[in-house]
Design a protein around this ligand. Sequence first.
Ligand SMILES: *[C@@H]1O[C@H](CO)[C@@H](O)[C@H](O)[C@H]1NC(C)=O
Length: 379
Amino acid sequence: MKYSLFVAVAAAFASGVSAADAVKGAAEGFAKGVTGGGNAAPVYPQTTKQLISYLADSSPRVIVLTKTFDFTGTEGTVTSTGCAPWGTASNCQVAINKDNWCGNYQPKAPKVASIKYDAAGVLGMTIGSNKSLIGQGAKGVIKGKGVRIVSNAKNIIIQNVRFTDINPEYVWGGDAITINGADMIWIDHVTTDLISRQHIVLGNGASGRVTISNCDINGATAWSATCDGHHYWGMYFTGSNDLVTLKGNYIHHTSGRSPKVAGNTVLHAVNNYFYANSQHAFEGDAGAKIVAEGNIFQNVVQAMQSGLAGKWFSAPATLNAQCQKFLGHACQLNSYGTSGALTGTDTSILASFSGKNVASAAPAANIKNIPQIAGYGKI
Ligand SMILES: *[C@@H]1O[C@H](CO)[C@@H](O)[C@H](O)[C@H]1NC(C)=O
């Protein structure tokens, strides 16, 4: 008995299994209560094929990444035409002519005769219901492909994983995390960098209750639609019935859509650190109800794009006490350093939080360490 237990434990350690391979902490905010794969025995994919299979099958699973899964080349390369709507300088992204996008939307843009991109990046791996996808230490890296949570998938956790290098030179070459038709999703301590299109996209379907926390949304790139080293396509929340908590994230070196919010989306943006944005952070369009409190904006040219139809409560001192009744706490002031400011005093949207799980809020002065603690490899 003792001996076989010893053998089993030794074998487990030899193959990289660790008792610590479990989701850490719990989701705050709208997705509070999400359990993912629960206490299913962890599985350790060895190949990209195994990873795809574990994510998609119908068993509850805790899937632990112990290395880099490099999808580059696994589906071949594609040669296509493209266009250069944002200029032909070497630091501009080039658009793939996907579904004749260039012809339909950018007919005047200079044509690009031939570009080559990686096929695996274009469409992410499907994640089924009741899954936890977690990285071990700082080893959990997925290169060249993202994930898709769609078709009414529910109860999914992604924690401590980096998604990187998805056709970053080109637009329409793939997103990192897509949610579209889902409920109860927690994205925590995830790093996204060098992505083609959106880092996180909640599509037009109902994504339900989503918490995105402690992530490092890193827009630093050599190829950008604004041709300035800052990625334009950050986050896009345009669901039809979505409750999104965005808390504790480091959102930096972007130039737009950080996030874009529209459709029918209630967004609680609380205690995030926005840094080095060369154009605008928030784009709040029709159907958006945004409560933004306790955030830091540092070197963000515009905290919000002006003139859009979204409804805003930007936590002004004179009205913050009114949050208590609906959010369970008085709202916290946002903090601005060399940045444009948020505006918006629509207290009517506070009622959308009534009866929901709402994330707590700390004073902005207390969250200055987010750049050091957000992202993968830190928990
Ligand atoms: C996920 O778990 C819930 C609760 O245990 C269960 O009702 C549901 O059928 C599961 N979904 C799948 C696809 O296994």
